[in-house]
Design a binder for this molecule. Structure first.
Ligand SMILES: [Zn+2]
Length: 335
C-alpha cells in the first residue's frame, strides 16, 4: 500500500517535536563576512553552495528548537592565538543574544532548550571545531565551557596537539590520540564539555571512546554502511558511540551521502538505526560549513520535507522525534 504523507502532516509532526541541529558553522560567516544572524537571507551562491543557510528568521520559520553553532579557527602555521578567534565568534553570538534576547538564547543543556521553547525562544549552542583552538593549553577549555561551549571536536582538517584528522594536513592512520589528547578527553568530562568525534581519524576515534565514561557525539557525519567515503564512519564506530549512550548527527551534504535528494539522508539515518538502534541518530546539517547541502535541505525550512520523507519510509513518529531532537536533547542533558 502506498502511504502518502502530506507536507502539512509532516509540518505538524515537526512542530510537535521541534528540531535540534547539532552543527552549523554560521558564526564563521558572521566573523569573516559580517553576516547578520538576525536578518533573513537567501543563500547567495548557485545551488546554495558554501553557506548563507542559517539565520534566526529562518530558524523560526522552520520551527526549530535549537541550533548548535560550530566555532571554527583556521590552523595556519604561525597564526598563534587560535583561541582568540574562537572567543571572537562567541562575542558575536553574545552580541546577537544581547540585541535580541527574546529571539535567541545561549544554552548548554537539553532542559534549557525545552524552557527556551516554552518561552518562544530558540536555543543557541556552541561547539568548538578542532582542539587546535586551545593553543595547546588544556586550561583554556574551562574558560570556554564557562562562556557556553557545550562540545569540543577534537580534530578538524589538520593534525593538532590532540591527534590526527581523518583527512587533511598531517593526516595519518597509524596513530591515535596523543597523551595530550587523552588528557583533553578527561578534561572535557571534568568541565562538562561533550567530546565530538567528527573529523578525527579512526584510531583516535576508538581511543577517545575507550577513555570516555560519558556519552559523546559525532556532530556531523555520514555513515560508511550507506556510502563509502573517507568522511563517513563505519559500523564499529557507530557501536562505540552507541555503547557510551551517545548520538550521531547525519550531515546533509550529498558529496558525503552519495547522492542528491532526501533519499540518501534517509538512507544514512536508517543505516544508523539498523546498526545501533533508534536512540543514536540525530541531525548534523553542517549548514554554513562550506558545503553544498542537498537542495531540499538548503536551509532549515527544508526540514518538513525531510520529515515527510521519513514518514514515507515508514518510520513511526516516536523514532522521527528521536532523530529530530530527543536523542540530541538526551546527550546534551548529560552531566
Ligand atoms: Zn566540520
Amino acid at each position: 500500500m502506498f502511504l502518502d504523507s502530506s507536507l502539512s502532516d509532516a509540518r505538524a509532526l515537526l512542530e510537535r517535536h521541534r528540531p535540534v541541529d547539532l552543527h552549523a558553522d554560521t558564526l564563521m560567516w558572521s566573523r569573516w563576512l559580517g553576516y547578520d544572524l538576525l536578518r533573513a537571507h537567501e543563500p547567495p551562491l548557485p545551488r546554495a553552495a558554501l553557506g548563507g543557510h542559517v539565520d534566526v528568521p529562518r530558524l523560526y520559520e522552520a520551527a526549530m528548537a535549537a541550533s548548535c553553532f560550530g566555532l571554527v579557527s583556521l590552523p595556519f602555521p604561525g597564526h598563534g592565538k587560535l583561541s582568540r578567534s574562537v572567543n571572537e565568534q562567541i562575542d558575536l553570538l553574545d552580541d546577537v543574544t544581547r540585541r535580541a534576547p527574546h529571539a535567541l538564547r545561549k544554552v548548554r543543556t537539553g532542559a534549557a532548550i525545552v524552557s527556551c521553547q516554552a518561552e518562544g525562544t530558540i536555543g543557541a549552542l556552541l561547539g568548538i571545531e578542532g582542539a587546535h583552538a586551545l593553543d595547546g593549553n588544556l586550561e583554556l577549555l574551562d574558560g570556554f565551557a564557562l562562556r557556553g561551549v557545550r562540545y569540543l571536536g577534537l580534530l578538524h582538517f589538520s593534525a593538532n596537539e590532540a591527534g590526527y584528522p581523518a583527512m587533511g594536513w598531517g593526516r595519518r592512520h597509524d596513530a591515535g590520540l596523543t597523551r595530550w589528547g587523552m588528557e583533553l578527553v578527561q578534561r572535557c568530562e571534568a568541565c562538562d564539555v561533550l567530546v565530538d568525534l567528527a573529523h578525527i581519524n579512526r584510531r583516535g576515534f576508538f581511543d577517545a571512546c575507550a577513555l570516555a565514561t560519558r556519552p559523546l557525539l559525532v556532530s556531523h557525519t555520514g555513515v560508511l554502511g550507506a556510502y563509502a567515503h573517507w568522511r563517513n564512519i563505519d559500523d564499529a564506530q557507530l557501536r562505540a558511540v552507541a555503547d557510551l549512550g551517545g548520538c550521531v548527527g547525519v550531515i546533509f551534504c550529498p558529496r558525503f551521502l552519495g547522492g542528491e535528494g532526501l533519499g540518501p539522508v534517509v538512507r544514512h539515518l536508517q543505516h544508523v538505526i539498523d546498526v545501533v538502534g533508534e536512540d543514536v541518530p540525530a541531525l548534523g546539517s553542517d549548514w554554513d560549513g562550506f558545503i553544498r547541502p542537498t537542495w531540499e535541505l538548503r536551509d532549515p525550512r527544508g526540514l518538513s520535507s525531510l520529515v515527510k520523507a521519513l514518514l514515507e519510509a515508514h518510520l513511526p513518529e516516536r523514532v522521527i522525534a528521536k532523530i529530530l531532537r530527543d536523542n540530541a536533547l538526551r546527550v546534551l542533558d548529560t552531566h
